[in-house]
Write a protein that binds this ligand. Structure first.
Ligand code: HEC
Length: 109
C-alpha cells in the first residue's frame, strides 16, 4: 500500500509558489513611487539610476544628469527633497548608503 508523506507534495508546491513570488517581486519594474520591501538593498548606484532615475532622466522627462559632473551633494539633496517637477525619494525607497553610491555614480558618469 502506498503511503503519502504528510505535506510532501503540498509543501513542495507552496515553496514553488513562494519562489515565483519572490522572483517576480525582485525583477518586476517598480514605478518610482513604489516602496521596495523592507530590507531591500540596491546592488549599486548604476542599478538605482537604471531602475529609478533613468525612468525620467533617460526619457527626456527630466534633464540629462549624467556626464555633467554635477556635485554629489547637490544630487543627494535633490533626491531627498525633490525639486519642482522632480519627486523626492525617502530613505525607505533609496537607503542612505545607496544614495551615496548613486550620487557618486551620476557625478562621475
Ligand atoms: C518622475 C520622473 C523623475 C524621476 C523618477 C527622477 N527625476 Fe530627477 N528630475 C525630474 C524632473 C522633471 C526634473 C527637472 C525639475 C525642474 O527643474 O522642474 C529633475 C531634476 C533633477 C535634478 C536637477 C538637474 C539639474 O539640471 O540641476 C537632479 C540632480 C535629479 N533630477 C536627480 C535625479 C535622481 C538621482 C533620480 C533617481 C533617484 C531622479 N532624479 C529621478 C524628474 C524625475
Amino acid at each position: 500500500m502506498k503511503t503519502t508523506r504528510p505535506g510532501g507534495a503540498t509543501s513542495g508546491l507552496m515553496l514553488a509558489i513562494a519562489t515565483v513570488i519572490v522572483i517576480t517581486a525582485n525583477s518586476a519594474w517598480a514605478a518610482p513611487q513604489d516602496v521596495p520591501s523592507r530590507g531591500f538593498v540596491w546592488k549599486d548606484g548604476a542599478e538605482v539610476y537604471a531602475k529609478v532615475c533613468g525612468y525620467c532622466h533617460d526619457a527626456q522627462i527630466g534633464p540629462q544628469i549624467r556626464g555633467r559632473s554635477l556635485p554629489a551633494a547637490y544630487i543627494r539633496t535633490i533626491v531627498r527633497n525633490g525639486h519642482r517637477a522632480m519627486p523626492a525619494f525617502r530613505s525607505s525607497e533609496i537607503d542612505d548608503e545607496s544614495l551615496i553610491k548613486l550620487a557618486e555614480y551620476i557625478s562621475k558618469n
